[in-house]
Write a protein that binds this ligand. Structure first.
Ligand code: 4AD
Ligand code: MG
Length: 468
C-alpha cells in the first residue's frame, strides 16, 4: 500500500527537487500525446504556470484518459522527475490518476475559439479558470495585501466605515437607495411625501459613495487611518473606467497639508507598483508578453519618475495652447469646467509623458469639504492622473474652519440634518487634515494593463448588469 502523501500546490511543485513522490490536484488546461503517452498540462490556480503530467497509455489508463478533457478536475499521484522537455524543470510521471470532476468538452463555456474579453464577461462565473483572469485575480489579492502592509508599517489604523449611510459624501446625488419599504405601496405623510420614518432605519438611507466623512472622524481621533472597502455609485456611465460597485482605499491624516498629502499619495502608489514588480513577476510577465509588451516598462517608469505637480489653471492653459496648435478634443476646455478623460490623457500621455498631480481646482466642480484657497475661487484639491487611466486618485486638504465649512454647506443648499456629526469635528478640536481616495480597480487597470475595468474585478456591477 502506498503511504499517504499530502497534496502539493503546483507553484511549490515547480520549485521542488526531482525524485520525490507527490500528489497534485487541479484542472486540466490541455491534453496532447501520442500512442504511448499522454501529456496533461495541469493548473491549480497557485501560479500562472502549469505542471506537466506524463501518463503512459495502457488498458487501465485509456479509459481514464478519455475523461481527461480541458476543464476536468483531476488528482494525480506520481514521481516528480526532471523534465527532458523545454519549458519546465520538472514534471510528474503519473502512477495513480483519479478523475474528481468530469467536464463536458462540448458544453464547457471556455472554448479555445472564443476567448474575447466581451465573451468572457458573459461567462464571468467561469472566467477565473482562464490564464488571464487567474493572473489578474492573483494580482488583485496581492495588491490588497500590499496596501494593508503599506499602511500598517506606517502606523495607520485600519478603520471600517459603514456601507449604509444617510449622507452623500461627494454630493453628486449618485446614490443607490437602501429601503425595506414596499415599492408597490409606499407609505406617505400628510404632504404626500414618502414617509421614511416607516423605513427600516427610520430615515432615508443609501449605499455609501465614499468612507471619507467617517474616515475624518477616525483621523481626528487616531491620527492616521485608512479605509479599504466597497463603494457604490449609481452613475450611469458605461465607460471602460467606471463601475457601479468598486473598491476604494481612503487614507485620512491629521496634521497633513496638501503637500504632505501629495507626497504620501505619490509614495503610496509607487510602492504598490514596485511591490507588484517585485512580488508578482510571473503574472505581470504573462500579461506583458500576451497583451501589452510595454506593460513592464510602463510600471518601471512610474516607480522611477517624479510626478508632475501642476495647478488646474496651468493645465487649462496647456490644453488651450494645444487646441491653438491644432489639437482636436471632443469636449470644450474652459476654466471652470471639469476635465474629460481625453484632456487628462493629453496632459499625461502627450504633454508630460508621466503621471501628473493636478491641484487647486475650481471650487464649483469639487466637493463641499475641500479647503478653500485665499482666491475665493479654488480649493486645495489634488487629483492624480495616470497614463491610459486618467484619474486614479482624488483627494484634498480638508476645510478645517467651522465658519468656512458651514458657509460652503449653506451656499450649496445642502441639508445639514445628516451632517451635524461631521461638522462636530470642526467644532471640537478642529485640526488641519488631508486625505485621498485610490480607486482599487483603476490601480489594477494600470498594474495589469487590462483595458476594461470590468476585467479587473471578479464580478463587475455596471448599468444593467448584476449577474452572479
Ligand atoms: O474622486 P472621488 O470621487 O473621491 C472621493 O470619493 C473622495 N471622498 C476620496 C477622498 O478624498 N477620501 O473618488 C476617488 C477615486 C477616483 O480617483 C477613482 O480612482 C475611483 O475612486 N472612482 C471610481 N472607480 C471606479 N468606478 C467609479 N465609478 C469610480 N468613481 C471613482
Ligand atoms: Mg474625483
Amino acid at each position: 500500500m502506498s503511504k499517504e502523501i499530502l497534496r502539493t500546490k503546483v507553484k511549490d511543485l515547480l520549485s521542488m527537487e526531482a525524485g520525490q513522490d507527490v500528489l497534485a490536484k487541479g484542472w486540466v488546461r490541455t491534453k496532447r500525446g501520442n500512442k504511448e503517452i499522454a501529456f496533461i498540462a495541469l493548473n491549480d490556480g497557485s501560479t500562472i504556470k502549469n505542471i506537466q503530467i506524463v501518463v503512459s497509455k495502457n488498458p487501465d489508463t485509456e479509459s481514464l484518459l478519455a475523461k481527461v478533457s480541458t476543464g476536468a478536475c483531476i488528482s494525480v499521484r506520481g514521481k516528480l522527475v526532471e523534465s527532458p522537455g523545454s519549458g519546465q524543470a520538472v514534471e510528474i510521471h503519473a502512477e495513480e490518476l483519479e478523475i474528481l470532476g468530469e467536464c463536458d468538452p462540448v458544453r464547457y463555456p471556455l472554448q479555445k475559439k472564443d476567448t474575447s474579453f466581451e465573451y468572457l464577461r458573459t461567462v464571468a462565473h467561469m472566467r477565473p479558470r482562464t490564464n488571464t483572469f487567474g493572473a489578474v485575480l492573483r494580482l488583485r489579492s496581492q495588491m490588497a495585501y500590499a496596501i494593508h502592509e503599506y499602511f500598517h508599517k506606517r502606523g495607520f489604523v485600519y478603520l471600517n466605515t459603514p456601507l449604509i449611510t444617510a449622507s452623500d459624501c461627494e454630493g453628486a446625488g449618485q446614490m443607490f437607495q437602501v429601503t425595506t419599504l414596499p415599492l408597490e405601496n409606499v407609505p406617505r405623510n400628510k404632504k404626500g411625501e414618502v414617509d421614511y420614518s416607516k423605513d427600516f432605519f427610520g430615515k432615508q438611507t443609501s449605499l455609501t459613495v465614499s468612507g471619507q466623512l467617517e474616515g475624518e472622524l477616525g483621523a481626528t481621533a487616531l491620527g492616521e487611518i485608512y479605509t479599504f472597502g466597497p463603494t457604490f455609485r449609481a452613475e450611469n456611465s458605461n465607460t471602460p473606467r467606471h463601475l457601479a460597485e468598486f473598491w476604494m482605499i481612503e487614507p485620512e491624516m491629521a496634521f497633513y497639508d496638501i503637500k504632505d498629502n501629495m507626497d504620501l499619495a505619490e509614495d503610496f502608489i509607487k510602492s504598490l507598483v514596485k511591490y507588484a514588480l517585485d512580488n508578482c513577476r510571473d503574472d505581470i510577465q504573462f500579461l506583458n508578453d500576451r497583451y501589452d509588451n510595454s506593460l513592464i516598462e510602463r510600471l518601471e517608469g512610474v516607480v522611477n519618475t517624479e510626478f508632475v505637480r501642476l495647478p488646474y489653471g496651468e493645465g487649462i492653459k496647456i490644453l488651450k495652447e494645444a487646441i491653438a496648435n491644432g489639437k482636436v478634443f471632443e469636449y470644450p476646455v474652459d476654466w471652470g469646467t471639469d476635465l474629460q478623460s481625453e484632456h487628462e490623457r493629453f496632459l499625461v500621455e502627450e504633454h508630460f509623458g508621466k503621471p501628473v498631480i493636478l491641484t487647486d481646482y475650481p471650487k464649483d466642480i469639487k466637493a463641499f469639504y475641500m479647503k478653500q484657497n485665499e482666491d475665493g475661487k479654488t480649493v486645495r484639491a489634488m487629483d492624480i492622473l495616470f497614463p491610459k487611466i486618467g484619474e486614479i486618485i482624488g483627494g484634498s486638504e480638508r476645510e478645517a474652519s467651522l465658519e468656512k465649512l458651514e458657509n460652503r454647506i449653506n451656499e450649496l443648499g445642502m441639508s445639514r440634518k445628516n451632517l451635524e456629526w461631521y461638522i462636530d469635528t470642526r467644532r471640537f478640536g478642529s485640526c488641519p487634515h488631508s486625505g485621498f481616495g485610490l480607486g482599487f480597480e483603476r490601480l489594477l487597470l494600470f498594474i495589469t494593463g487590462m483595458q476594461n475595468i470590468r476585467d479587473v474585478i471578479p464580478f463587475p456591477r455596471t448599468p444593467k448588469n448584476a449577474e452572479y
